[in-house]
Structure formats: C-alpha cells, structure tokens
Design a protein around this ligand. Structure first.
Ligand code: ADP
Ligand code: MG
Length: 256
C-alpha cells in the first residue's frame, strides 16, 4: 500500500519512471536493476561507455525492446502493458532521435519532415503541413535547406534535420541517442545549444544518451552515470564528478 502511494506521487511529477529494470541478451546481462525518473521539463544526460546499455535503455522506453523484469512508465502508461495501438499513440508523444539520424535518403528535406505528419494527421491541408515544416526547420535554423537531399547535407545539418523531424509531431519527451557522435567539437557545441533551445521552445523533457562529457554537461540538468548495468550516480555534473568512485574518476580522466 505504502509502495503504491509512493509510486502514484512519482507518476504525477514524472514523465518517465523506471523501477527494477533488467535486460539480458542470452548470457549477456546488460541492465541489472535500473531505477530512473525523468521529471517534467528537465533534461537528463545518461553517460556511460560504449556497450554499457544506453541504447538498449532508451529502446525499452519506447517499447522497441521488452525488458525481462521491472516497470517502465512513460507519460503515466506502463509501456509493456500497452496494446499495439496504444503503443503507437504513445510513440507519437515521444520523439526518438536515432544515432544515425535515420533520414530517408530518397526524399528531400521537405518530404522527410512532412512524411510523419501526413501519416499521422491525415486531415491537415497542404498549407498547414507547409506551416509545420517551416516551423520545425526554423527551430533548427535550416529553413533554406527545405529542398535539399540528405546526401547533400553535412553531418551537423543531418542531425538538425533529424531533430526537426522529431519536432514536427510536437513531442512531450525527446530521446536523443548520441546526438553529437561523429561531429567536430564546434558542431557538437551547436547541437548541444540546439537541444537546450528545443527544451525551452517546445517545453520538452529529454533523455540525452551520450559518452561525451561536454555534451552531458551542456545538455543535462542532471547527469545519470550508467555503469555495470545500473545507475551508480545521478545528480548535477559537478556532484557526479566530485565522486571518489574510481570508475567515475577514470571515466572523467579518459575524456580529457
Ligand atoms: P551503448 O551503451 O553503446 O548504446 P547498447 O545499448 O547498444 O550499448 O548495447 C549494450 C550491449 O547489448 C552490447 O553488448 C550489445 O552488443 C548488446 N545488444 C544490444 N542490442 C542487442 C540485441 N538486439 N541483441 C543482442 N545483443 C544486443
Ligand atoms: Mg548506443
């Protein structure tokens, strides 16, 4: 009873609430008891080395992978209890920026952005779709690229268009998977700034998966350190890296 009351309070304030999450692939135990809360309006950067289970974690959040144990509440719904249609409806409210940006290479920027909109809101007029496309492009500062093909964009521009395509559905939560990977430091800095601008302009709550300390510092209101299948420390950047934990110290040192 007490547990249940605690959980209800949690759900009201949080947009994501995870308890006791476990996930293995055959003999490989990836997540071994993850507890996590994302509060409304905040950005949490999840830091962890390559292969630590960061992508698995956010795939579980949108029901792309099923956990072996634990509960995953997203916007007050238990993801693993949802029927197909309910899961589809939830996914419209949760934007997912894949590591590769996953743009459709055969479509131009306009088509890449309008496609998810036209598929989900069939009643929109051409004028309304145009308006939404330009608003999303404006938010990422690339309105002039509307007729370009993805292959003609730089890495940073592709990331921006990926973010714009996420924004077009006005998500309440955005999950960013390695938003700065493969980008030079200056372009990375611009993407970090954009993630902050999006948080303010669209009132989103976000999880930013990264192994890049600078990215975590600039985009995260809190940092969650994933190590050996669990969050070993969650707090402000300063607080996390003031830790005496050897693994955290070595993670910091290897980045500089
Ligand atoms: P990262 O922290 O780099 O994002 P991942 O979450 O992608 O790491 O992967 C964590 C571990 O789980 C890796 O060892 C990876 O090989 C394994 N893994 C991820 N997805 C699958 C899958 N669908 N089947 C089997 N193993 C997987
Ligand atoms: Mg990954």
């Amino acid at each position: 009873m007490k547990e249940q009351a605690k959980h209800q309070i949690n759900l009201e304030e949080s947009v994501i609430a995870i308890t006791g999450l476990e996930k293995s692939f055959d003999e490989l135990d990836v997540l071994k008891g993850v507890d996590f809360t994302l509060y409304r309006g905040e950005n949490v950067a999840v830091l962890g080395k390559s292969g630590s289970g960061k992508s698995v974690l956010i795939k579980i959040m949108v029901g792309l992978l099923r956990p072996d144990a634990g509960q995953v509440w997203v916007l007050s719904k238990e993801v693993n209890e949802l029927k197909r249609k309910e899961l589809d409806a939830l996914r419209l409210r949760v934007g997912f920026l894949f590591q590769s940006s996953a743009l459709y290479d055969s479509m131009d920027v306009y088509q890449n952005l309008s496609f998810p909109l036209v598929m989900t809101k069939k009643q929109l007029t051409k004028k309304e779709v145009d308006q939404e496309v330009y608003e999303a492009l404006d938010a990422v500062g690339l309105t002039e690229k509307v007729n370009e093909m993805p292959a003609d964009l730089s890495g940073g521009q592709r990331k921006r268009i990926g973010i714009a395509r996420t924004l077009i559905l006005k998500p309440e939560i955005i999950l960013y998977d390695e938003p700065t990977s493969g980008l030079d430091p200056i372009t990375s800095g611009e993407i970090n700034n954009l993630i902050r601008e999006v948080q303010e302009r669209y009132n989103t709550s976000s999880v930013i998966i990264t192994h890049d300390l600078t990215c975590s510092k600039h985009t995260g209101d809190r940092i969650a350190m994933l190590l050996d299948g669990k969050f070993i420390k969650i707090g402000s950047f300063e607080n996390v890296f003031a830790s005496k934990d050897e693994a955290i110290k070595s993670f910091y040192n290897y980045n500089f």
